[in-house]
Design a protein around this ligand. Structure first.
Ligand SMILES: Nc1ncnc2c1ncn2[C@@H]1O[C@H](COP(=O)(O)OP(=O)(O)OP(=O)(O)O)[C@@H](O)[C@H]1O
Ligand SMILES: [Mg+2]
Length: 352
């Protein structure tokens, strides 16, 4: 079993952040500046229906084509890519294990994982981060570790579609972690408790970030709840609009269903992480991203249901944006859809 190439830190050379979704591929290229980072290219291209279903690449030729078109149309120069997996390809879990040193943990992590993850260890690749080395109270003597497990075949499938597009897969990340990375870049690490909700065409990712740390995260598939499931033609497409935005038009009924499901996921996340407190009170705000965050009314519907303030994720906050990117679809009202792509672009090749 190998370690995942690269999650929790950042340093030099440049990568293209590539968020391969079931409705669109989003790409963001940044370059380091003296003060931080500058976005030098960004854009989206539609993914043909059925080419990615529930996060699984079904038609790699079509997906590679979408990657090529976004890279060409937006003159993306870097060849090394940071991409991410979500849904059934990954599992992110917070576990409590006996307190130990880093080197001890390195050696015993596989044994620990074996107890928590119901998969064959030969089929997965893993990474982890110590969250809390010294919890107090009755949990003394243990430590909390965030465990990230990914299916090897899905990592390989993601890498091969990137190669098919003529690019180099340098980092394979996880949507939730990229989202957290973008959040940190945009908002810093304050003491607040925040629920991030990234709602796309087929997956909703929720993540709880407290005092700058990713505490828990979960993905849920939308297909079953929506009017027009991913992969099935849903009436007439406005081809021009799809070309322009890289997105499918949506059915009105989907708006409510998606907000409803997002609300359930937020409630569940709050219960999981704030069992001993009054859940809604312990959360400072909900930060929404993904295509659905761009839908008028989505944030309001969610705020209404959950009873906590909801704001739209502005992933480009704090980043310089090169003037040629100005008109790019990702950086106007559509910026929340690029949250994962931005988080990926901020990864470094030598990330561990
Ligand atoms: N105003 C809007 N602009 C763009 N997309 C919108 C808007 N409102 C709702 N959506 C929905 O957002 C979805 C696209 O979001 P996003 O680009 O995040 O999905 P994706 O990353 O391709 O999918 P996946 O869930 O597989 O990751 C579509 O289902 C679209 O109908
Ligand atoms: Mg997505």
């Amino acid at each position: 079993m190998s370690r995942m190439s690269a999650l929790f830190t950042r340093r030099s050379p440049v990568l293209v952040g590539l968020d391969i979704g079931s409705s669109a591929v989003k790409a963001v290229e940044v370059e380091p500046t003296r003060a931080g980072f500058r976005i030098v290219a960004a854009g989206a291209a539609p993914v043909p229906r059925g080419a990615v279903v529930d996060g699984v690449v079904v038609d790699s030729g079509a997906v590679a084509g979408a990657i090529r078109s976004v890279v060409d149309a937006h003159r993306i120069r870097a060849r090394a890519v940071a991409a991410s997996l979500a849904g059934s390809a990954v599992l992110v879990r917070r576990i409590a294990i006996p307190r130990m040193s880093d080197s001890e943990l390195d050696e015993s992590i596989y044994w620990e994982v074996d107890q928590y993850v119901p998969v064959d260890l030969g089929d997965v690749t893993l990474d982890y981060q110590v969250l809390d080395r010294e919890p107090d109270g009755d949990r003394r003597g243990t430590m909390d570790v965030l465990l990230v497990v990914a299916k090897k075949d899905r990592v390989a499938e993601c890498a091969s579609v990137i190669e098919l597009a003529g690019l180099e897969p340098a980092v394979i990340d996880v949507d939730a972690l990229a989202l957290h990375n973008a959040y940190e870049s945009a908002y810093g690490a304050d003491r607040d408790a925040v629920v991030l909700v990234h709602a796309g065409a087929s997956v909703i990712t929720t993540a709880v970030v407290r005092a700058g740390r990713l505490e828990l995260t979960r993905d849920v598939l939308l297909a079953r709840y929506l009017h027009s499931p991913a992969g099935e033609p849903g009436g007439l497409r406005d081809e021009a609009r799809v070309e322009e935005t890289g997105r499918e038009p949506r059915a009105a009924a989907d708006d409510k269903a998606t907000a409803e499901l997002a609300a359930l996921e937020v409630e569940r996340a709050m219960e999981d992480c704030c069992a001993d407190e009054d859940a809604a009170d312990s959360i400072d705000r909900i930060v929404v991203s993904g295509g659905w965050a761009c839908a008028p009314g989505f944030a309001a519907m969610l705020a209404d249901r959950v009873g906590a303030p909801v704001v739209r994720f502005e992933p480009c906050r704090g980043l310089e944006v090169a003037s040629r990117v100005g008109a790019g679809v990702l950086l106007a009202g559509d910026a929340p859809a690029a949250a994962v792509a931005v988080g990926l672009a901020l990864r470094r090749r030598d990330d561990r």
